[in-house]
Ligand binder design. Structure first.
Ligand SMILES: *Cc1c(COP(=O)(O)O)cnc(C)c1O
Length: 364
């Protein structure tokens, strides 16, 4: 087994998806499984589908094309406003995209007409996060623009929270979004199919209030993949938080390290030693790794991670396991030198790959 590698437990991802799908179904909300955190990895996307998500979504067309090339034919939503230069690719690979810009929508419509398809447009409303979306008072104008174009239909509206600046949305935001939808429907005599109430950050508010609104879709990435609330980092009840494990190999043990004074690092105390690992900023977001019990991070560079360990002597060639946060996960999944090892305990029809050498230490 090579290192560094990221071990992916498909059973846990499937179960997390299933839990969320079942809970949200009670609120009349379907789940869109967001795959950007795993760069559209097809087997992980399939695990989300097997867990019952209604459709998939990714921010990058390249990730969507990767899933299509692997044979995934479920509906896929592009959740970043398309680049004008990519609209031909967008209408080919995605049935729906989230949109915020009139010129992009016009280009999408032209691409759709050329391709002989009808592309569904969901308009994003800015509700406090400050990233994408039109102001509520511009929504009707943009909706009219969409409805006047051949090749696209107005499928719905949505909002995004807690990505750039805002915190988790207050439950009342779902009511506000519903009111925007109702206003559009009244103005234009239409019915909107999708009211998309945000990402994993929208979950706690919905659970707390048991609120029933027009919101009928949530776009969930982190909750399914890591089982955590993206704002508080707290584990979500009943979900697995360890579907992904990043494994790295020790390449130098304490005895070989330069004098601590040279590195201007703390001098090891009794029972403490240092270990150098072949894992660096090129492989992941080192600051987003949870350190195993008894280990602390002393520093990292592009290709190295230096750990201080207490009470354990680690030798070169042994391995250390880390749990990645969303940022570390995304970087590891896109890093060419990190091997992706898919583990699937269930289903005899799927290959089961077990690491031949378990890491020496359990993760924290
Ligand atoms: C990334 C993203 C999501 C998913 O966010 P999570 O916090 O991972 O659930 C949903 N919607 C949009 C627009 C996104 O960019």
């Amino acid at each position: 087994m090579t290192a560094p590698r990221i071990e992916v437990d498909l059973v846990k991802i499937r179960q997390n998806a299933r839990q969320l799908v079942d809970r949200l179904a009670q609120h009349g909300i379907a789940v869109t499984g967001v795959t950007k955190g795993v760069c559209g990895h097809p087997e992980i996307a399939q695990a989300m589908l097997d867990g019952g998500v209604q459709r998939l979504a990714d921010a990058r067309i390249s990730n969507v094309e990767r899933m299509r090339a692997a044979g995934i034919d479920a509906p896929v939503v592009l959740i970043r406003t398309p680049m004008r230069s990519q609209t031909d690719r967008v209408v080919r690979a995605c049935g729906t995209s989230l949109n915020t810009d009139a010129d992009v929508v016009r280009a999408l419509a032209q691409s759709a007409v050329r391709a002989g398809v009808v592309h569904q447009v969901v308009l994003m409303v800015e509700m406090g996060d400050g990233r994408e979306g039109v102001q509520p008072d511009e929504l009707a104008g943009l909706a009219r623009h969409v409805m006047g174009l051949d090749g696209v239909v107005l499928a719905g509206i949505g909002a995004n929270f807690a990505c750039l600046s805002g915190g988790a949305p207050h439950p009342s935001e779902m009511g506000k979004l519903s009111a925007f939808a109702a206003a559009l429907e009244g103005d234009f005599g239409i019915t909107l199919r999708t009211i998309s109430g945000g990402n994993s950050a929208s979950l706690p508010g919905l659970y707390r209030t048991g609120l029933r609104t027009r919101v009928n879709d949530l776009r969930l990435g982190e909750a399914i993949l890591l089982g955590r609330d993206p704002v508080t980092r707290a584990p979500i009840n009943g979900l697995s938080t360890d579907a992904f494990v990043l494994v790295a190999e020790i390449i130098e043990s304490a005895a070989d390290l330069p004098q601590p004074s040279v590195l201007r690092l703390p001098v090891p105390g009794a029972g403490e030693s240092k270990s150098l690992l072949a894992l660096g900023d090129q492989d992941t977001d080192i600051s987003g790794l949870s350190m195993p019990v008894g280990m602390t991070r002393l520093g990292s560079s592009s290709d190295h991670l230096l750990l201080q360990t207490r009470g354990v002597a680690l030798v070169a060639g042994s391995e250390v396991c880390f749990q990645p946060d969303y940022s570390a996960l995304m970087r590891a999944m896109s890093a060419p030198d990190v091997e992706k090892v898919i583990l699937d305990g269930a289903g005899a029809d799927r290959p089961v790959r077990k690491p031949d050498r378990r890491p020496t230490l359990a993760q924290a």
